[in-house]
Design a binder for this molecule. Structure first.
Ligand SMILES: C[S@@+](CC[C@H](N)C(=O)[O-])C[C@H]1O[C@@H](n2cnc3c(N)ncnc32)[C@H](O)[C@@H]1O
Length: 228
């Protein structure tokens, strides 16, 4: 029996219909209906992006320093902010343009409290944070993808020709939403590292690899001379 079938069996979901979905290359997480992210039950019924193990990897590291007020921007399922609420004392605001209902639902499922803001990137963000955590869409339009990705929302994946559309906008504005000593984390794809580095002139930053050895995220704070 394949491991996917074993998972379905374990969840009591090994039905003819689900086997057909699996055969059609639908991601197992949508079929099961949830994803376990750093101790949080992430319901996927509104079909947000399925949380990735690469994201879980850096968020687990970030949790070690997160305190105060935190913004999970490009929140989607809410997995990042929920993990922060569950594992730290921090207060979390969630911002996304589309998946507000999913975030609210996941707060309820996990018995956690946070503010959910409908926002086009920073358009409705009104305050400054100690930490901002961002996993924006970063796939270049036109890139050939596995069939399983076609089940996920394109607005959670694609970001212009080079995949940097949202990262550019985010980096242009993020300093307005950080407290003086504030820190942000940003996820990206390894081939984007060089271009992103050019956009980080005003920051002290460090790039990190994921658990598979690929450049995947950065941690940045305002450079001393730029601090307001
Ligand atoms: C890559 S997903 C990340 C989801 C989640 N944070 C995670 O790590 O699994 C990107 C998210 O950005 C949201 N998004 C797309 N365009 C946006 C915009 N202009 N403003 C705010 N959020 C946007 C999508 O709805 C999607 O939920």
């Amino acid at each position: 029996m394949s491991k996917e079938k074993e998972w379905l069996l374990k969840e009591g979901k090994l039905t003819e219909k689900n086997l057909k979905r699996l055969k059609n290359k639908e991601p197992i997480d949508y079929i099961i209906g949830y994803y376990d992210f750093l101790g949080c039950n992430i319901d996927l019924s509104f079909k947000p992006l399925i949380p990735r193990t690469e994201t879980e990897y850096w968020v687990e590291k970030a949790l070690k320093e997160i305190k105060g007020e935190c913004l999970d921007i490009f929140s989607g399922s809410g997995c990042i902010g929920l993990a922060v609420l569950k594992n730290t004392q921090s207060l979390v605001d969630f911002a996304d343009k589309y998946f507000l209902k999913q975030i609210k639902h996941n707060l309820k499922v996990n018995d956690l409290k946070g503010k959910v803001i409908k926002s086009d990137i920073f358009s409705n963000i009104k305050k400054k944070y100690d930490f901002i955590l961002a996993n924006p869409p970063y796939v270049p339009i036109g890139r050939k993808l596995d069939k399983s990705l076609s089940f996920e929302p394109s607005k959670a994946l694609f970001a212009g020709k080079d995949g940097l559309l949202f990262i550019r906008k985010f980096l242009k504005e993020v300093d307005n939403y950080l407290k003086k000593e504030g820190v942000f984390y940003l996820e990206f794809d390894s081939f984007q590292k060089k271009e992103i580095e050019k956009l980080l002139k005003d920051y002290q930053y460090e790039f990190f690899k994921d658990q598979y050895g690929k450049w995947r995220y950065l941690r940045a704070a305002l450079a001393r001379e730029k601090k307001k």
